[in-house]
Design a protein around this ligand. Structure first.
Ligand code: FAD
Length: 309
């Protein structure tokens, strides 16, 4: 727990970022979790995953956009990416994941409206390309506004999906609001350091909430996206899907690029839809540190690579 907190703190530290970049094997290690820095890298990685029978969601890395021009640049990147996926014939198997903060939601009083305008443009481009958008969930301060933005835009873009985090005490009730037909909900445990009054601390409690939410989603009319690497939860999801009488194409599993690729393969071979969350872009550092925080065992992998073994 202490290691996790230290790594999450390092995710905000410019000094720690410089240390990773300066280390001889630093960039190579990051490549395990990040497709590359450019759109072309993202398309190449998508192509190879799709060729292996996997679906993809692409995330252009970047959080807490600091000015309007940067938010526009992020939105333009998504528009360019969606065009590139369509041209490469990949849009049927690859969608995009977007953070509202990257689209400018944090830019003062006008930020939320600006982010919605950008999100609307990204959704329209996804519709035109024949694919969908999922809005990532950030820390608890953003939950309410994110759900409101998604609810508003779903009127015109019904395939717009959203993430719910099982560590938040409010999430079971949010699930109940999102059980309607066509509702795409990605259920995750949650990746941010949150205070006790809004989030469960105990891992077992988070897991129990995850299962309660999974049951609701599987029994609902929507399209559950089971985003976890946890073997127990993956097994439970399969059982709940069967109990709810769901065919395999009425829900999907999702995992992060570079994490449990063997399990991704196993599920796909068993006929499940498996979507890999593929991040790309120059702003990879905070994302990378969160992956290390989730699984401090990866630190060993990191350390070995840095010394060249
Ligand atoms: P954990 O508790 O981290 O792991 C459970 C078990 O999984 C481990 O005990 C181990 O058995 C196995 N495992 C995990 N990692 C590995 C590994 N590297 N190798 C082998 N076994 C492993 N979080 C957000 O807050 N907002 C988001 O929008 C968001 N989007 C996400 C999208 C996707 C597609 C995914 C997969 C995750 C997303 N997350 C998001 C992150 C999420 O909240 C968790 O932090 C992350 O998925 C780790 O939790 P877990 O469910 O895998 O379980």
């Amino acid at each position: 727990m202490l290691t996790r907190r230290l790594l999450l703190a390092a995710a905000d530290s410019p000094q720690a970022r410089r240390a990773v970049l300066a280390a001889p094997g630093g960039r190579a290690v990051v490549a395990r979790f990040v497709a590359g820095e450019t759109r072309a890298d993202a398309v190449v990685t998508t192509d190879s995953l799709v060729a292996r029978g996997l679906a993809v969601t692409l995330d252009h890395l970047g959080e807490d956009t600091l000015d309007e021009a940067a938010a526009t640049t992020v939105a333009d990147e998504y528009l360019g990416l969606l065009g590139a996926l369509e041209r490469a014939g990949l849009a049927g198997r690859a969608e995009v994941s977007v953070k509202l903060s990257a689209l400018g939601s944090g830019l003062g009083a006008d930020g939320p409206a600006l982010a919605r305008t950008h999100l609307r443009a990204v959704c329209a481009a996804a519709d035109a390309a024949g694919t969908s958008v999922t809005v990532d969930m950030e820390d608890h301060a953003a939950t309410e506004a994110t759900l409101a933005a998604v609810a508003e835009l779903r009127a015109d873009h019904p395939t717009l999906g959203v993430v719910l985090q099982a560590y938040l005490r409010r999430t079971e009730s949010d699930c109940r609001e999102l059980l309607g037909s066509g509702s795409r909900v990605r259920l995750v445990k949650g990746a941010y350091a949150e205070p006790d009054d809004v989030a469960f601390r105990d891992r077992a409690e988070v897991d129990r909430c995850y299962v309660r939410c999974l049951r609701l989603l599987m029994e609902g009319q929507g399209y559950p996206m089971v985003a976890t690497h946890d073997p127990r939860l993956i097994e439970i999801a399969g059982v709940l899907a069967v109990r709810a009488g769901r065919p395999q194409d009425s829900y999907e599993f999702q995992m992060l690029y570079g994490v449990r690729a063997d399990e991704q393969r196993r599920l796909a071979d068993a006929g499940e839809t498996v979507r890999v969350y593929v991040p790309y872009g120059t702003d990879w550092y905070a994302y990378f540190m969160r992956r290390l925080a989730e699984r401090p065992a990866n630190l060993g992998f990191f350390a070995r690579a840095l010394v060249g073994h």
